[in-house]
Ligand binder design. Sequence first.
Ligand code: SF4
Length: 157
Amino acid sequence: MKGSFYLSTLGRLLNWARSRSLWYISTGTGCCADEVLNSMGCRYDLERFGCVPQLDPRQADLLIVCGMVSYKGASHLRSLYDSMLTPKYVLAIGACANCGGPFSPQFSYSVVPGVDQVIPVDVYVPGCPPRPEAIMNGLIALQEKISGQESSRFEIE
Ligand code: SF4
């Protein structure tokens, strides 16, 4: 039988599994990186959410952007994002990543006013810097977003 249809239960299961096994890489161009490192440590332990740090973008499906992105570095960030697995997700941490923060255009000529000018962002975490609790809250919001996505579509021959 040719055609396509949704296997909604299996799709929901796949999305749930994706949301609980986010392998991430992180940029650390600002002081927010310290808070992300703090979240990875034993006190807050991001790994209990299924988040495992990776060194290779080809093995990661989550990009955590913390800190400012310069116009000069924007193309590198874009190529990092392009080399990640799909489906892929982006968590923007802190005011600099969200909108340029204290380096916004009225104060700086060299910083991109928000990482969403370069790559699509799924969840924004506000703060300067956000505390680890806020980072975990953003991560849980991302997990909920992924779990609630439309079920995966399967082509049946
Ligand atoms: S948002 Fe604040 S704490 Fe985070 S990188 Fe920018 S200046 Fe530093």
